[in-house]
Design a protein around this ligand. Structure first.
Ligand SMILES: [Fe+2]
Ligand SMILES: [Fe+2]
Length: 210
């Protein structure tokens, strides 16, 4: 697994769900509410997981990708964008499903999210691919997906963060726990072969018969 690939795929799912809403029958308010609820959870859990697992590592290793001035600016921008998305999502929740106010907030969420994903892909993911080992990208993907899997059903209570405080709080030259684990995995793989001591899983004999 690779965190940069996991994030890209989830962006694709977000784009597809906004597109789905655009052509959903406007009078099916129950359906609109259900589709939006799923997208809301996807947006909020995704942003929080990035802030917990991806951006701290990018701050340690990044140098500012593409048109970003620096990694600090890259990350501050991302947190600022996440706050804008969270704000639009809250406005959707406060409006009556299917009303003009509701659609305006949905479109605002789409605009903020599209702008953000473009920048995140062009700067942050590209920067990380160039700077982080495959082992680290794998380790972060596992943590990220674990956090999300535990929250997909219910969602989370979104929390805005001050972008400068976030960067200041997370910025350190010390390797994180996950980076140290990735380094051990890489070393072990280089000297002894497979990273995991667990055997590959096998199908049952019944499944095998098909
Ligand atoms: Fe993202
Ligand atoms: Fe993001």
């Amino acid at each position: 697994m690779d965190i940069t690939d996991v994030i890209l795929r989830q962006h694709d799912e977000q784009r597809r769900m906004f597109a789905m809403l655009e052509e959903w029958p406007r009078d099916d308010r129950e359906g609109l509410a259900a589709v939006w609820k799923r997208l809301e959870i996807l947006l909020e859990v995704h942003a929080e997981a990035e802030e917990r697992y991806f951006y701290p590592e990018l701050l340690r290793l990044g140098t500012g990708g593409a048109d970003a001035e620096s990694v600090d600016e890259e990350v501050e921008d991302a947190v600022k964008d996440h706050n804008k998305i969270r704000d639009a999502v809250r406005r959707v929740a406060d409006a009556e499903t299917g009303s003009d106010e509701w659609w305006t907030a949905v479109v605002d969420a789409n605009v903020h999210n599209s702008d953000h994903m473009g920048e995140e892909e062009r700067q942050d993911l590209a920067d990380f691919r160039q700077r982080a080992s495959l082992e680290l990208r794998h380790e972060i993907a596992v943590q990220f997906l674990r956090y999300e899997a535990q929250r997909w059903a219910e969602g989370i209570t979104p929390r805005d963060k001050d972008p400068e405080d976030y960067v200041e709080g997370e910025k350190t030259d010390e390797p994180s726990e996950v980076a140290q684990q990735a380094a051990r995995d890489a070393e072990e793989a280089a000297t002894t072969g497979p990273v995991s001591s667990e055997p590959s899983l096998k199908a049952s004999e019944d499944a095998d018969e098909d």
